[in-house]
Design a protein. Structure first.
Length: 326
């Protein structure tokens, strides 16, 4: 049955039309923030799993820093910067060309991963392993076959630590499957495959570069809740043999020890210096001086002589008088 509106109801509708539609009560569903979703690149791994992977590989970065410093005999710092999921094609587009690119096997998991070491840090490591100072940023070219063979030792060390880290989740053995200088020439997985990208910042002296490790998301999915639970486990303590090996390797590192005595000279006086001239230091001979180990001030001491040679007597070590002659 059709209902006939009264004149008052008609006037109310006309007034509402002039002012705009009446405010509707906001329901809980309508107040929810709409999140965009890309069906071509779905989020295969949850945020909790990504957070767990970040914590897990943060420990990996700390352990790798110690091992690389001993292996390369140079202070090396590794820190994790990001854990994200991308299509494999996007990962390839972000890499420099040429670079040090490796396909990684993950037995017994039936998938392949990838590892990329930026040339800016790869050439520095190669220079250090071949007897250099490890300060060269390297030429703008692809690695030679010999350089790749040298760099394989560093990548093997990275994969050993990666295997040890993943034992908290699953017993998987990371190995080098193949290598290339052009990432597009090495088939690892399909272009649309979703992968987890682990980004690490590597510093060695004045050189700096990125280490990228790519793992298929399907491998993470197959491990279900093990990823989220793995980082809560206590890290394995090093054995006595590992501690001894680390102590021996670190003990071989040569460290410069410098007694720092500073003074100032006019430029014309510096130019006129000749053999036999005496330079006044402008400070008493018995005044304490700083003793540096590398670039760090570590001790305080005084100048002395031993067997007709100049020496430095260390007087304070960590705030305590030792009385050791250097």
């Amino acid at each position: 049955m059709t209902r006939i509106l009264s004149q008052d109801e008609i006037d109310a509708l006309l007034l509402t039309a002039e002012r705009g539609s009446p405010e509707e009560p906001v329901s809980e569903a309508s107040s929810t923030t709409i999140q965009p979703y890309n069906f071509r690149r779905p989020d295969r791994v949850s945020k909790d799993q990504l957070r767990a992977l970040h914590f897990l590989h943060d420990r990996f970065a700390v352990n790798l820093s110690t091992s690389l410093s001993a292996f390369l005999r140079s202070v090396t710092e590794v820190s994790i910067t990001s854990v994200e999921q991308f299509a494999y094609s996007e990962f390839l587009m972000s890499l420099p060309d040429p670079t040090a690119f490796y396909a990684i096997a993950l037995p017994p998991v039936d998938t392949m991963g990838a590892l990329e070491l930026n040339p800016s840090i790869a050439f520095t490591m190669i220079d250090r392993m071949l007897g250099g100072a490890g300060q060269s940023t390297g030429p703008d070219r692809a690695l030679t076959e010999i350089e790749q063979n040298v760099l394989d030792a560093v990548v093997d060390l990275v994969l050993q630590h990666l295997t040890e880290t993943w034992k908290a989740i699953v017993d998987v053995d990371f190995r080098i499957h193949a290598r290339e200088t052009r990432p597009q020439m090495l088939q690892v997985t399909s272009a649309n495959e979703i992968v987890i990208l682990l980004g690490f910042d590597v510093r060695m002296g004045e050189s700096r570069g990125m280490l990228s490790i790519c793992i298929p998301a399907s491998s993470i999915e197959s491990m279900e809740d093990k990823v989220a639970q793995g980082w809560h486990r206590q890290p394995r303590l090093p054995t006595d043999q590992e501690q001894m090996r680390l102590r021996i390797n670190i003990g071989r590192l040569p460290l410069p020890v410098t007694a720092l005595i500073e003074t100032q000279l006019l430029a014309r006086d510096l130019v006129d210096l000749e053999p036999g001239d005496v330079v006044a230091l402008g400070r008493p001979a018995n005044e304490p001086i700083d003793i540096h180990v590398g670039q760090v001030r570590r001790f305080r001491g005084r100048l002395t002589r031993t067997d007709a040679a100049a020496a430095v007597r260390i007087e304070t070590l960590s705030g305590e008088a030792r009385g050791v002659t250097a």
